[in-house]
Write a protein that binds this ligand. Structure first.
Ligand SMILES: [Cu+2]
Length: 177
């Protein structure tokens, strides 16, 4: 899309710069009756540009909604729901089917996993960089994120909020079986 937009923009630039360039004896540019661009033309350009930007902004927010929300909603009974608790300096995982021991979260592949993240001491931030998943872990607050992994593997889990002397060691791992 960037290449297409760049081609159109630079193509138009070269076309207009060539077509309307100053030539010997051509005199000042004449657009409207007084030599200025008519206000109607300016208005049309502004409205078209504003519409394009508004449309792109709307589409962006729609896309955020699609990626932020799990396909079957946050209360999906078929999803694996996991409570994640951060504390200095470890992560613990808790779900009804026994998916986690301290520092290891084990989930099946292809399963929709919904994490309910909180902290019991200071601000932390739970992140799985390989999955582009991250949410703050805040005492007294519960943040939801979700993911679904189609392959098996082991992925590092990190803390993304400087939380004290052991912050760098506040690691866990995700095991997808
Ligand atoms: Cu932390």
């Amino acid at each position: 899309m960037a290449v297409a937009a760049g081609t159109i923009t630079i193509g138009a630039l070269v076309f207009f710069a060539t077509k309307f360039r100053a030539r010997p004896g051509s005199g000042p540019a004449q657009h409207g009756e007084d030599g200025k661009i008519p206000i109607r033309t300016v208005l049309i350009i502004v409205i078209v540009m504003a519409s394009v930007l508004a449309g792109a902004g709307y589409a962006s927010f729609q896309a955020i909604g699609v990626y932020n929300n799990p396909p079957n909603g946050w209360n999906d009974p078929n999803a694996l729901h996991v409570n994640v608790t951060g504390q200095r300096f470890s992560w613990s995982f808790n779900c009804t089917s026994g998916c986690g021991v301290p520092a290891v979260l084990t989930v099946p592949h292809n399963k929709i996993v919904i994490l309910n993240i909180t902290s019991i001491d200071v601000f932390h931030s739970f992140g799985i960089p390989d999955l582009r998943v991250k949410a703050d872990a805040i005492p007294g607050k519960y943040n939801l994120i979700w993911f679904q992994v189609s392959t098996t593997g082991t992925f590092p889990i990190l803390c993304y909020e400087l939380c004290g002397a052991g912050h760098a060691f506040m690691r866990a791992k995700l095991v997808v079986t």
